[in-house]
Design a protein around this ligand. Structure first.
Ligand SMILES: Nc1ncnc2c1ncn2[C@@H]1O[C@H](COP(=O)(O)OP(=O)(O)O)[C@@H](O)[C@H]1O
Ligand SMILES: O=C(O)c1ccc[n+]([C@@H]2O[C@H](COP(=O)([O-])O)[C@@H](O)[C@H]2O)c1
Length: 199
């Protein structure tokens, strides 16, 4: 079986989920792992010297559980799809069928054990002003307290982005300020090329 793991990383509200959902619709036998699903409970999140709960750090996430979920897909993508309610194409169980996993999240390139699993590494970024604007319209399971964006979210983004640029040299950057269609088309074309080169 041909298997492809696609990373969709990027800044908060950059458009990762939007792109991921479009790719899932377009790519047969594709499953997804959302990093957001691995946030620890609020009472397990450390409070920093700045008074903010430190959500935007790797230790706020159960990365072991996330890694095991990705491993589960690698071991048996058909079983993974079934247990996650993903309908498969009639060819899915043939030996030469293609299976795709999308791993989506804001810190997917800041955890060493996962870095090697990605066949493709996309990264969506948007500038500060737009990020702050989009974030202010969003409500998470725990709503942002006043000042969180400037006091925690953006500084942590800058720090992790530097770390990522240092640790990973295979990133394909997508401009989150372009249209949803443009972003999708750029990613889709790159994925098709990867599939062609592997088959
Ligand atoms: N290319 C785009 N142009 C304008 N707005 C976008 C674009 N992509 C996503 N958005 C909007 O930005 C917000 C965050 O998008 P989302 O996909 O949830 O981001 P993420 O998963 O990276 O946090 C949503 O309101 C979404 O509709
Ligand atoms: O999903 C949650 O439970 C949750 C709880 C608190 C905060 N978050 C925020 O989720 C952000 C990452 O998700 P996203 O979709 O914006 O990339 C990150 O910036 C966190 O501050 C998310």
């Amino acid at each position: 079986k041909m298997r492809l793991i696609i990373g969709i990383g990027g800044v908060t509200n950059g458009g990762k989920t939007t792109l991921t959902n479009r790719l899932l619709k377009a790519l047969p036998n594709s499953c997804v792992v959302h990093q957001d699903d691995f946030f620890k409970r609020p009472d397990q999140i450390e409070v920093g010297e700045d008074g903010f709960r430190q959500w935007d750090v790797i230790s706020a996430l159960d990365m072991e559980a996330m890694t095991n979920t990705v491993k589960g897909w690698q071991e048996n993508p058909v079983k993974f799809a079934r247990s996650h309610g993903v309908s498969l194409s009639p060819e899915a169980e043939k030996p030469d069928s293609v299976h795709i996993l999308i791993v989506e999240g804001f810190l997917i390139y800041n955890y060493k054990p996962l870095l090697d699993v990605y066949d493709k590494c996309f990264y969506i970024s948007i500038p500060y002003e737009e990020c702050k604007r989009r974030r202010s319209t969003r409500t998470y399971t725990v709503p942002d307290p006043p000042g969180l964006f400037d006091g925690h979210v953006w500084p942590m983004y800058l720090k992790h982005r530097k770390e990522m640029d240092y640790n990973c040299d295979r990133i394909e950057y997508l401009d989150g300020m372009t249209s949803k269609d443009d972003i999708y088309n750029a990613a889709y074309e790159s994925i098709q090329n990867a599939l062609l080169n592997n088959l």
